[in-house]
Ligand binder design. Structure first.
Ligand SMILES: C[S@@+](CC[C@H](N)C(=O)[O-])C[C@H]1O[C@@H](n2cnc3c(N)ncnc32)[C@H](O)[C@@H]1O
Length: 258
């Protein structure tokens, strides 16, 4: 990557304009996005296949795009990065939605751009990820008709934001090829025992609904016609300054073999 000093300054300005970054990503030339998590340091924990040559890949809840670009780097023929069209499209409560919708159309468009699009577009463009394309929709809208079928589906740290994680998993399952593989990660806030527990943590101004124990997620995957592979992993994701620890469960699955 070779940029002129003017290009580096312009890139730094673009990065600074985006006020909401999830991933801390090294864009080269000393430019880093000021995200909360530098997931690159934890990459081996996620068990993403080393080689994705020629594969169609789906990154569900792509956020600032770190994983989508990583899967492009690993050779994917196409990475569809699914995220919501706008801030208001989250599974909000009616009360929060009404608050949000009382903002002017300009303000909402600005929030959508700065929180949902600008960071992702900048990362994909500046890292030259030619095979990544954004698909703006709800997880529930995934279907073979809307996005086609995939060899690999990745869903990192997003299921707690959906009101109906079972429907979300069913939708992801519907676009997984019979030979495909799926990786799901969740925060591990409940004990890793044989109990399949779910805890409701919703509140009117939050978009967090359900915490699940690892066994609960496994059972939902099975219920959705997936076979859980014997490759589970747990690790502690920490934020960039080390002040926040997020124990994480990683599970891999494939369509149930008939
Ligand atoms: C916590 S971030 C996870 C980012 C990334 N997957 C990772 O593991 O680092 C959750 C992402 O899921 C997206 N999201 C939340 N609800 C969604 C929904 N119902 N459908 C699609 N994406 C959703 C959010 O916009 C956000 O980008």
């Amino acid at each position: 990557m070779s940029r002129s000093s003017e290009q580096i300054e312009a890139l730094k300005k673009r990065v600074a304009k985006v006020t909401s970054w999830y991933h801390a990503i090294d864009l080269g030339d000393g430019v880093m996005t000021p995200g909360v998590f530098q997931v690159k340091s934890f990459l081996p924990e996620y068990g993403i296949p080393d080689q994705l040559d020629g594969q169609r890949v789906l990154d569900v809840g792509a956020s600032s795009g770190f994983f989508a670009c990583e899967m492009d780097r690993r050779g994917a023929a196409e990475v569809v990065a699914l995220d919501l069209p706008g801030w208001g499209d989250h599974d909000w409560t009616p009360r929060y939605r009404a608050d949000f919708e009382s903002k002017s159309a300009e303000e909402r468009a600005y929030i959508d751009d700065i929180t949902m699009r600008a960071g992702f577009d900048l990362v994909v463009e500046s890292m030259g990820c030619k095979n990544v394309r954004k698909h703006e929709a709800q997880i529930y809208e995934l279907s073979p008709e809307t996005v086609g079928m995939f060899d690999y589906v990745f869903c990192g740290s997003m299921l707690m934001h959906v009101r109906d994680p079972i429907l979300g998993i069913q939708a992801m399952r519907s676009v997984l090829k019979p030979t495909g593989r799926m990786t799901v990660t969740i925060a591990m806030t409940l004990p890793d025992t044989d109990d399949s527990l779910a805890r409701f943590v919703g509140d009117w101004d939050q978009c967090n609904w359900w915490q699940m124990s690892p066994r609960c997620l496994d059972r939902i995957l099975k219920c959705c016609d997936l076979e859980v592979l014997d490759e589970r992993n747990t690790f502690t994701l920490t934020n960039v300054d080390g002040s926040f620890q997020d124990p994480t469960y990683v599970v891999h699955a494939r369509p149930r073999q008939r």
